[in-house]
Design a protein around this ligand. Structure first.
Ligand SMILES: Cc1ncc(COP(=O)(O)O)c(C=O)c1O
Length: 380
């Protein structure tokens, strides 16, 4: 049988490749973005209670209502922004599903989608499988700041969607209020939809404020915000997330959602809804991760790696150009095999695999792991 792939260029992701290599060589794995400490016992108990109390059948299509109310409350509390829990919030199987569903609901063949590179890897295949055309805009290391004139020059009457991500995976940079205002200005009076991937909204450092798309009135009217409980509550394996958008956008989203997922794991939703009643569960995250970032950076301060402290996310980018001029994929493999530490080479997220000689390290790890990792990094 002849199979004509709809995604001929897609292979195994770099996360799978590096994690497999880390396992094979028994290396410390700072490549993939997941914690190596447990999800909270209280939250685990609340999910168990939900199972024992009968939350074992299909949840409502848009998500458990208590969870949607808790999400709506969070937007009120943090951003003074209103999302109607019944019409404007949908619980999804992780942010990944929300992103795929948004793109499937709106992108037709030849629609253009602007993506800032380096970009998280699930955006492009979703655009491609729906026949859309990716318009990449490369951000430059080490600041990864946006050249808004370049963005203006790429917007055309074919632009259907702009995908943004702050705090940004993989660079650990954040967008300023000025960036969001620029985006708002460029999209005003257009039919462009914005997908604002805000999965790291609660991991932002040095007292910076997260500039959610919902803070900007005109932007909010054209935006989906995607979020991930896996990132927020240290349980990436549960795959629960959500998205918010004005009703007119959300009703199109749900037309697709009800047929590709219908509804999401019910006991986890109920458990998370109960857990979120205490806002400290998410408000305390910045301090928790800032301590880890600071520990990691202080421990590697004597190393030959150069860095600008991560501004958000649980990733730190390290520049190894003083160590070698090897390309970043080769160097990442060598680090794993010879030095027993795994990281992600940034070129895989860049336009034309641009190699800035930087690697991404995940610091969502217990202190002991960070200490061991930095001992290795200091010796290289
Ligand atoms: C920027 C970004 N968006 C989306 C996701 C996917 O989130 P989830 O695991 O909830 O599907 C990730 C996960 O690493 C991410 O880093």
């Amino acid at each position: 049988m002849k199979i004509k792939s709809k995604l001929p260029h897609v292979g195994t992701t770099i996360f799978t490749v590096m994690s497999a290599l880390a396992n094979e060589y028994n290396a410390i794995n700072l490549s993939q973005g997941f914690p190596n400490y447990p999800s909270s016992q209280k939250l685990n108990d609340l999910v168990t209670n939900a199972m024992n109390n009968g939350y074992n059948q299909y949840a409502p299509m848009a998500g458990n209502l208590e969870l949607r109310l808790a999400i709506a409350h969070k937007y009120k509390l943090l951003y003074k922004s209103t999302y109607h829990p019944e019409k404007e919030i949908t619980v999804t199987a992780g942010a990944t599903q929300a992103i795929f569903t948004i793109i499937s609901a709106f992108i037709r063949p030849n629609d253009e989608v602007i993506i800032f590179k380096p970009a998280y890897d699930c955006y492009e295949p979703a655009v491609e499988i729906n026949g859309g055309k990716i318009i990449p805009i490369q951000l430059s290391a080490p600041n990864y700041s946006v050249n808004w004139d370049a963005v203006a020059s790429k917007i055309s009457n074919k632009t259907k969607l702009i995908i943004i991500n702050s705090p940004h995976n993989p660079s650990g940079t954040i967008w300023s209020k000025e960036d969001m205002l620029q985006l708002q200005k460029l999209t005003q009076n257009t039919d462009i939809i914005v997908l604002s991937d805000e999965v790291y909204e609660h991991i932002i450092f040095d007292e910076a404020q997260h500039q959610s798309a919902c803070l900007f009135d005109d932007l909010k009217q054209r935006s989906f915000i995607t979020a991930s409980f896996g990132k927020t509550f240290h349980n990436t394996g549960w795959k629960i997330g959500y998205c918010c958008a004005p009703e007119s956008l959300m009703s199109e989203f749900r037309k697709v959602h009800q047929f590709n997922v219908f509804s999401v794991n019910h006991p986890s939703q109920k458990g998370i809804a109960d857990y979120m009643q205490d806002s400290e569960t998410y408000l305390g995250l910045n301090a928790f991760f800032q301590r880890k970032r600071d520990l990691f950076l202080s421990l590697i301060s004597e190393s030959r790696f150069k860095f600008q402290p991560s501004q958000g996310t649980y990733f730190q980018v390290l520049d190894y150009s003083e160590i070698t001029d090897a390309d970043d994929v080769d160097f990442a493999k060598r680090l794993t095999k010879e030095f027993k530490i795994a990281a992600i080479p940034l070129s895989v997220f860049n336009d034309n695999n641009k190699d800035d000689k930087v690697l991404r390290f995940c610091f969502a790890k217990i202190d002991e792991t960070l200490v061991k990792a930095s001992e290795i990094l200091t010796k290289i």
